[in-house]
Design a protein around this ligand. Structure first.
Ligand code: GDP
Ligand code: IMO
Ligand code: MG
Length: 428
């Protein structure tokens, strides 16, 4: 009964989509358990590029059941656009299943995300502006709209009325904006109900049945460990639990069902949005890494901030998530660097910290302590075994493995499905 959790170890965009896709046809279901269309996963299959936001990466694997779990927040307009775009390219989306308990991103929450960011000015989070934070806030405040509410017009109207009583006051009186009309919101959301209904299921029950039958299920995170609302660089985080614990609450699978935790980690570091980033490279070196790795957001197109590998962060991810395997991605991007620095610890106010400091204020002041490794110039994109890697690339991987407290089981050497070195089968 293997339920495998797959998470990001850094600040997102590590290549989770590709890693899930790599597991391929041996996986019976892929569950998205947190986040929404703030995520962007690029998957390259036979030279064709697919950008997924709301749909689990398993959608591209014939026979696999893609499941949107209860922990996800769904923008229904985006969901159907994404389905239509994939269908137009010949991808079968008919197996998609959606939890009745997932929350729905409403038009007022999209607006509130944008206006609160503007209001915060220089203290802004740099959100994706998709309404994610306000929708999770409503969920916790118990004024959220759930998928199941769409199927009962009276319930939906009562809930939208309750939420807008508060939200319209905020929009009009604080932000000097127009309020939302209850009927227009109800109409918009109800407009999706008929098409959505056949996809909606008790996904927790479905997963329990699948696991009991011995099927293989992957629980795929959006975002990543350092963007987790509890364990990340709060407040510069997303509003959900992107760590392994979130896989259980966001899907309804109990912890005793989880058999392994795969963490995807880039051979360097990137971050989108505001917040601390100790190894960040500014100026030419940062631009060079951004261009080499095509580090521009899949969702918002924003240039990603770039920096060297941060070992304490990866160790932290190993600890918080109970990582059993790392997938190290984008090693090929480092080809051509004379030297590759790796952050092995930090200095904060003259004191060495081997682990991520306890407080956010300390982390924001952390200065990386680097150990530098020699680079390589050989093209590694065709490597399929460790022996195919140049000595210096192999030494770099070995050094990282020693620092991060879990084996590196797969190494990515290109964006394509087949551009990977599999050291150990992830479905062990
Ligand atoms: P996700 O959000 O974690 O799924 O990652 P994104 O898709 O946002 O960003 C990762 C990017 O790196 C995508 O464009 C992938 O196609 C690409 N990618 C993944 N693995 C590799 C790799 O090993 N090498 C290279 N060059 N690109 C990769
Ligand atoms: P994937 O799944 C990278 C960042 C935003 C912002 C913060 C909060 O592709 O790895 P939000 O809109 O979630 O309230 O924004 O989180 N962020 C991501 N950064 N990859 C992502 O997803 C992200 N999803 C959110 O840039 O800093
Ligand atoms: Mg991404």
């Amino acid at each position: 009964m293997p339920a495998i959790v797959l998470i990001g170890a850094q600040w997102g965009d590590e290549g989770k989509g590709k890693a899930t896709d790599l597991l391929g046809s041996r996986v019976d279901a892929v569950v998205k358990f947190n986040g929404g269309n703030n995520a962007g996963h690029t998957i390259v299959v036979d030279g064709e590029k697919y950008a997924l936001h709301l749909l689990p990466s398993g959608i591209l694997t014939p026979g696999c059941t893609p499941i949107i779990g209860n922990g996800v927040v769904i923008d229904l307009g985006v969901l159907f656009e994404e389905i239509d775009a994939l269908e137009a390219r010949g991808v079968d989306t008919s197996r998609l299943t959606v939890s009745a308990n997932a929350h729905v991103i409403t038009p007022y929450n999209r607006t509130l995300d944008k206006v609160t960011e503007r209001f915060l000015g220089s203290s802004r989070i740099g959100t994706t502006g998709r309404g994610i934070g306000p929708t999770y806030a409503d969920k916790m405040a118990r004024i959220g709209i759930r998928v199941q509410d769409l199927f009962d017009e009276d319930v939906l109207r009562a809930k939208v009325t309750g939420a807008l009583n508060l939200k319209n006051q905020t929009l009009i009186k604080i932000y000097n904006r127009k309020g939302f009309d209850v009927e227009a919101v109800v109409e918009e959301l109800q407009g999706y109900a008929e098409r959505l209904r056949p996809m909606v299921t008790d996904t927790s029950l479905l997963l329990d049945e699948m696991l009991t039958e011995g099927k293989t299920v992957v629980l795929e995170a959006g975002q990543a460990t350092l963007l987790d609302v509890d364990h990340g660089t709060y407040p510069f985080v997303t509003s959900s639990n992107a760590t392994a614990g979130g896989a259980c609450t966001g899907s309804g699978i109990p912890p005793t069902r989880i058999s392994s935790v795969i963490a995807v980690v880039k051979a360097y570091t990137t971050r989108v949005g505001e917040g601390p980033f100790p190894t960040e490279l500014l100026h030419e070196k940062g631009d060079e890494l951004r261009n080499a790795g095509a580090e521009f957001g899949t969702t918002t197109g924003r240039p990603r901030r770039t920096g060297w590998f941060d070992a304490p962060i990866a160790r932290y991810a190993a600890r918080i998530n109970g990582v059993t395997d790392f997938v190290l991605t984008k090693l090929d991007v480092l080809t051509g660097q004379d030297e590759i620095p790796v952050c092995v610890a930090y200095e904060v106010d003259g004191v060495r910290h081997d682990e991520v400091p306890m407080t956010q204020a300390e982390f924001a002041r952390a200065v990386p302590i680097y150990e530098t490794f020699p680079g390589w110039t050989e093209d590694i994109s065709k490597a399929t075994t460790l022996e195919d890697l140049p000595r210096n690339a192999r030494d770099y991987v070995d050094a990282l493995q020693k620092m991060i407290n879990a084996p590196i089981s797969v190494i990515g050497v290109g964006p394509g499905r087949t551009e990977s070195i599999v050291v150990r089968d992830l479905l062990h």
